[in-house]
Design a protein around this ligand. Structure first.
Ligand SMILES: Cc1cc2nc3c(=O)[nH]c(=O)nc-3n(C[C@H](O)[C@H](O)[C@H](O)COP(=O)(O)OP(=O)(O)OC[C@H]3O[C@@H](n4cnc5c(N)ncnc54)[C@H](O)[C@@H]3O)c2cc1C
Length: 372
């Protein structure tokens, strides 16, 4: 029997879910709000872990293609103190494939492959329990009914309210993101400082992290503790004003490190929100959640990995399991909650240590998680 299944959101969770169903010849309707795949910048780089994101790609039949595209050398990690002294300089072995990096845009295109996404189909809400199934309402006024609606629509999910009244809360940490282009040619000193992978500098209640993407592109994240309204007197659209404000916040840090801010091209404001670490809900017939919609957590390298593995597992269960769709979804949710809860605790504690009053905490955290 073929169920009428819709997934809302074409991010890592939704696309992996759809791609694995597609591999099993199970039809799925993919509803994405963006009008086109390249409607907005795809974001930075993601490290996909062997037992999580890479396992999901294996289930989608895409592991070999991922290995050809990804950057194992991007696993390199260098840590400096605010005076610019190198404290750690970790490089992967040449055959280390534990957590290679891939640009988000490359991952999206890899997952998209033959999928038929309905672009520009923003969903406003779903109503479960109608006579014909789950009713989906679209931003353009349309409606459609499905047997199962999977909410993979990220942090501010429109599907979540159908199963849970919980909303994300601010962590107390904000990120300002900027970028450097063509870093090897235009900023060779910074290129050498960053190395092949990531550079992190930890100070009191703030950090600067630079991550190499493909093609000489670098993303820089300034993370600091601040009230949500820290920018009341700042025009966030004025790049020079934001730059000055950040340079004041990082005053006293070594000049080569501050060059990351001096040369950044534009700034994006990203206050970090999370869902409660133990977010679960009473099962609702015909609706479930995946990825950030289910368990938004601090961005410490695991959210997309979990989102993808959940997508792959739910799709496999549906495509290969029993006729009882609801039973399959219930079993999946139980499994997802346990694993996500464990990671939510780890990443919440990690954020506390990485943006901490005591920078030694950040170094201790690195030493704990990084194999030497
Ligand atoms: C700076 C940063 C760095 C990160 N680095 C890593 C990393 O290295 N490794 C890692 O594993 N994770 C990382 N993460 C976390 C990761 O980005 C997320 O956990 C992941 O993107 C979640 O995937 P998702 O598919 O659940 O949601 P999203 O990626 O948010 O995708 C949701 C999709 O749903 C669409 N959508 C939203 N609302 C609607 C609607 N109403 N109707 C239709 N479509 C809708 C959106 O347009 C989007 O395409 C990072 C996060 C940040 C912010």
């Amino acid at each position: 029997m073929r169920h009428r299944i819709a997934v809302v959101g074409g991010g890592p969770a939704g696309l992996t879910f759809a791609r694995v169903l597609h591999r099993h010849d199970h039809p799925v309707t993919i509803l994405e709000r963006d009008p086109a795949p390249d409607a907005r910048p795809p974001g930075g780089t993601l490290d996909l872990h062997e037992g999580l994101g890479q396992l999901a790609l294996d289930k989608a039949g895409l592991l070999a293609e991922f290995q050809a595209l990804s950057r194992p050398e991007g696993q390199a990690m260098r840590i400096l103190d605010t005076a610019g002294t190198v404290l750690r300089d970790w490089r992967p072995d040449p055959d280390d494939r534990a957590n290679p990096e891939i640009d988000r845009g490359q991952l999206r295109d890899l997952l998209l492959g033959p999928l038929d996404v309905r672009w520009g189909r923003g969903v406003t809400k779903v109503v479960p329990g109608t006579r014909d199934g789950v009713l989906v309402y679209f931003a353009d006024g349309g409606q459609e009914t499905f047997d199962l609606v999977v909410g993979a629509d990220g942090a501010w999910s429109r599907i979540r309210p159908a199963v849970s009244s919980v909303t994300p809360h601010y962590t107390g940490v904000t990120a300002m993101e900027t970028s450097l282009d063509d870093v090897d040619a235009r900023h060779p000193d910074l290129a050498r400082l960053i190395g092949d992978g990531s550079l992190a500098v930890y100070g009191m209640n703030r950090s600067l992290v630079a991550q190499r993407n493909s093609g000489g592109h670098v993303k820089v994240y300034a993370r600091f503790r601040a009230p949500l309204d820290w920018h009341t007197n700042l025009d966030l659209a004025d790049a020079e004003a934001v730059r000055s404000s950040l340079l004041a916040l990082y005053d006293g840090w070594a000049a080569p490190v501050l060059d990351l801010l001096h040369h950044g091209t534009a700034f994006v404001h990203r206050p970090l929100y999370v869902l409660p670490v133990t977010h679960t809900w009473t099962h609702v017939f015909g609706v479930t959640l995946l990825g950030d919609a289910a368990h938004l957590m601090p961005p410490l390298g695991v959210g997309a990995n979990l989102a993808m593995l959940e997508g792959a597992e739910l799709a496999e269960t549906i495509a290969t399991g029993s006729e009882d769709l609801d039973k399959a979804v219930r079993a999946f949710e139980e499994q997802m909650w346990v694993r996500a809860g464990r990671w939510a605790k780890i990443t919440t504690a990690g954020l506390e240590r990485l943006v901490s009053p005591d920078p030694a905490e950040a170094l201790a955290h690195f030493d704990q998680v990084q194999p030497s």
